[in-house]
Design a protein around this ligand. Structure first.
Ligand SMILES: [Zn+2]
Length: 152
């Protein structure tokens, strides 16, 4: 279940945390288990953006500034305009990430500065708190990792 909202210049589908993903919510090639695992995070929200080509693009918004996303879900469901709540969000995509030091596999979401949905990307990147090190061994890894959970 999603709610249609306007983000920046575009109408997008916003998936609240509690909304189970149905088959119709998955895009071609997406793995249901992987999507569900990301949707359950309390710092991420899934967004699907329609493209002019008729296809859709899925991304995740991540907050590190303490924004109460359960509250945001509720306000969006009630039709409130919540633009300010997105001030602390950064958009990104999922990827498989293996720590080069300890070899642990993660499902990660890494910031993508290229999306048109959120303005002022330079500031957002500067202010965001990232997962700078592997949660298992503490070794530094690639920049701009926003979310990382051990792969099942
Ligand atoms: Zn590691």
């Amino acid at each position: 279940m999603y709610v249609e909202i306007v983000l920046g210049p575009l109408p997008v589908r916003y998936y609240p945390r509690s909304g189970a993903l149905g088959k119709g919510d998955l895009l071609p090639g997406q793995d249901e288990g992987r999507e569900q695992s990301l949707v359950r995070s309390d710092r991420l929200r899934r967004i699907v953006m329609p493209l002019p080509s008729g296809r859709s693009y899925r991304l995740f918004l991540h907050w590190s500034d303490g924004t109460d996303l359960e509250d945001l879900d509720r306000r969006i469901a009630e039709g409130e305009s919540c633009e300010r709540a997105f001030d602390g969000a950064l958009a990104g995509g999922d990827m498989d990430l293996r720590c080069r030091t300890c070899g642990t596999d993660f499902l990660a979401v890494v910031a993508d500065a290229g999306t048109p949905l959120l303005g002022d990307i330079a500031n957002r990147l500067r202010e965001h708190e990232f997962v700078d090190a592997c949660p298992v061994c503490g070794a530094g890894w690639q920049p701009h990792v926003m979310h990382a959970v051990e792969a099942a």
